[in-house]
Write a protein that binds this ligand. Structure first.
Ligand SMILES: *[C@@H]1O[C@H](CO)[C@@H](O)[C@H](O)[C@H]1NC(C)=O
Ligand SMILES: *[C@@H]1O[C@H](CO)[C@@H](O)[C@H](O)[C@H]1NC(C)=O
Ligand SMILES: *[C@@H]1O[C@H](CO)[C@@H](O)[C@H](O)[C@H]1NC(C)=O
Ligand SMILES: *[C@@H]1O[C@H](CO)[C@@H](O)[C@H](O)[C@H]1NC(C)=O
Ligand SMILES: *[C@@H]1O[C@H](CO)[C@@H](O)[C@H](O)[C@H]1NC(C)=O
Length: 564
């Protein structure tokens, strides 16, 4: 046996030991660099992956092992994270500040992930230093295994559609604005797959049906997506097959992903694809082109308008999104065979968005704690028993009503508990929240204020009335209105202005998991914490040991990933 063969076998053995043995491997080598991009016609410094902006898509199948070797050629530390990919039993590779050491400039790190028991549409993004404002994101799709039924016919094409607000200012400047305690101004525009107004194009054949996987990878703005003269059928939300309802436009809040089908059933020409900002004045709009191969002409006619500014239009649309209980998910059994509404919760956690000044600077937080990074990733401190990095219980599971302060907030929870989480948003903007490592069930929401809009076309007047809802505040009685039957299971939930949203989640994934708002400037300024899902079992059936190739930094530097 040659030396290289021996090395190959040794490497394969290591990989097999870490990941699920029989499942296929997919290998990626990614080179992360700064490079010039011109999404809005002016030169900007973007974060490229293998020269691309947005980065390449990851195509995978349920249970695939993804081996992603990331070379950081930026002059600063860098990390990628995987929005919606659960990293089961393996929060070490989640790629956020609290779990994984940054990749130093000029170095590489190989993520070893498994897309265990998942299907659906997700995305990856750079998690540190407001890098997300410069690119470095891309689509992730997890297809069903060949023998698992999918509740719709295979589409003729499957497109990733990454939409997001965009600034001409670079991420370092935006960070400086935030560090100085100011809000970001309205963005300059919206991008569709890295292109500004008129830039993105999708080619279709008349009569065929296509899938779009739409993710909002932007920083702050809820976006509405629509296609001129075409209806969309919603089929999947962050890994759940939905009841297939038809929409003429769809609200996608920050961090969320949706799959829709549409049929190219119109006369052969080009049509507008429109993405516009929600709840902003003015409304920002970017169009792309849906091009028929037999097109007889360019886009024409007025750009189709979006929904009005009423919040309850959006809320009613979100409520109409349901799980198809008879369809399969990642496994052959129907999604409805897990009766999430019949299980008693053992704990209620209420998380309220907080805003305030700390040391004279604007900060944000949850339950009055604004997250402050420590000198060592929390997961590593936990693994190596390094004291003084964080304290479990440094954030309350109820709003405290106290003033905002900074801490390295970690909420302690028990492995295998079944909990109710209520997100409360007292602010006047839409916030969305994401929990790493999990898919949760959306059970309810409520506006505390109700907006009533009267429009008279005859007299051309619009009257908007706002009044407080009786019982709008979340109380135990709010549970009577929960959807305990076919709420959708997802990983990012929107919470409307002056509203709450409630979820149920089975804490079946041990680890240190980031809970954050996807409203990125607030995430950057502390509106996040870590949820430690803990067991003392020490069994690898509950949690994998630290990956052998884990980088060790801070006070974990010099430790060993395996006993000597
Ligand atoms: C990454 O890209 C940079 C710039 O193009 C190049 O200098 C470098 O050699 C590349 N590294 C790898 C590992 O491909
Ligand atoms: C860096 O890349 C090399 C291959 O070029 C690989 O052998 C090595 O394991 C990688 N390092 C890490 C820490 O993943
Ligand atoms: C970012 O923008 C600021 C202000 O326009 C500029 O001074 C700086 O050189 C830019 N940085 C990069 C890396 O382009
Ligand atoms: C639900 O999924 C089943 C496949 O199990 C499919 O036949 C049915 O059309 C779907 N129903 C709706 C309303 O989407
Ligand atoms: C849930 O709690 C109720 C009331 O305490 C109890 O009657 C019921 O048996 C419990 N159900 C389960 C599945 O434990």
């Amino acid at each position: 046996m040659s030396r290289s063969t021996a090395v190959c076998i040794a490497v394969a053995a290591v990989l097999l030991a870490i990941a699920g043995a029989e499942d296929p491997y997919k290998f990626f080598t990614w080179n992360v660099t700064y490079g010039d991009i011109y999404p809005l016609g002016v030169r900007q410094q973007g974060i490229l992956i293998n020269g691309q902006f947005p980065g390449p898509d990851i195509h995978s199948v349920t249970n695939d092992n993804l081996i992603i070797n990331v070379f950081n050629n930026l002059p600063e530390p860098f990390l990628l994270s995987w929005n919606g990919v659960q990293q089961r039993r393996n929060s070490f590779v989640d790629g956020v500040y609290g779990t994984t050491c940054p990749i130093p400039p000029g170095k590489n790190y190989t993520y070893i992930l498994q897309v265990k028991d998942q299907i659906g549409s997700f995305y990856y993004y750079p998690s540190l230093a407001f890098h997300k404002a410069a690119g470095g994101f891309g689509g992730i799709r997890i297809l069903s295994r060949p023998r698992i039924p999918v509740p719709f016919d295979e589409p003729a094409g499957d497109f990733t559609v990454l939409i997001g607000d965009w600034y001409k200012a670079n991420h370092t400047l935006l960070r400086r604005v935030l560090d100085a305690g100011h809000r970001l101004p309205l963005p300059n525009s919206i991008l569709i797959n890295g292109r500004g107004p008129g830039g993105a194009s999708f080619t279709v054949e008349q009569g065929k049906t296509y899938r779009l996987r739409i993710s909002n990878v932007g920083l702050e703005n809820s976006l509405n997506f629509r296609i001129q003269n075409h209806k969309m059928k919603l089929v999947e939300v962050e890994g759940t097959h939905t009841v297939q309802q038809t929409y003429s436009s769809l609200d996608v809040h920050c961090g969320q992903s949706y799959s829709v089908l549409f049929t190219a059933d119109q006369p052969g020409q080009d049509y507008y694809i429109v993405v516009s900002s929600r709840f902003t004045t003015p409304i920002l709009t970017t169009t792309g082109v849906l091009h028929y191969t037999n097109s007889a002409g360019k886009v024409s006619g007025p750009i189709p308008g979006g929904p009005t500014i009423q919040v309850d239009w959006s809320l009613n649309q979100a409520r109409s999104i349901r799980t198809n209980l008879t369809a399969s998910g990642p496994r052959p059994n129907p999604q409805g065979s897990y009766h999430y509404g019949m299980i008693n919760t053992s704990r209620t956690i209420i998380l309220q968005s907080s805003s305030g000044q700390v040391d004279g600077k604007q900060r944000y937080g949850i339950n009055s704690v604004s997250f402050k990074p420590a000198d060592t990733p929390l997961k590593l401190a936990d693994y190596f028993n390094i004291g003084g990095v964080f304290r479990v219980g440094s954030i309350s599971d109820r709003p405290t009503g106290g003033g905002l302060y900074q801490d390295t907030s970690v909420l302690g929870t028990d492995f295998r508990s079944y909990v109710e989480i209520v997100f409360e948003n007292p602010s006047d903007i839409v916030l969305s929240y994401h929990i790493d490592g999990y898919q949760f069930f959306v059970v309810g929401d409520r506006l505390i204020y109700y907006y009533c809009v009267f429009k008279s076309f005859q007299y051309n007047v619009v009257i908007i009335m706002k009044y407080r809802m009786d019982g709008g505040q979340w109380t135990q009685a709010s549970r009577n209105g929960y959807n305990l039957r076919d709420g959708v299971a997802r990983s990012t939930i929107q919470v409307y202005p002056k509203s709450w949203s409630a979820i149920y989640v089975a804490l079946d994934n041990v680890g240190m998991w980031n809970v954050r708002t996807e409203f990125w400037s607030r995430q950057y300024l502390g509106e996040q914490f870590y949820m430690r899902v803990y067991t003392n079992s020490g069994s690898i059936r509950d949690e994998f040991p630290i990956p052998k190739n884990a980088r060790l930094c801070g006070r974990a530097a010099g430790r060993h990933t395996r006993p000597l």
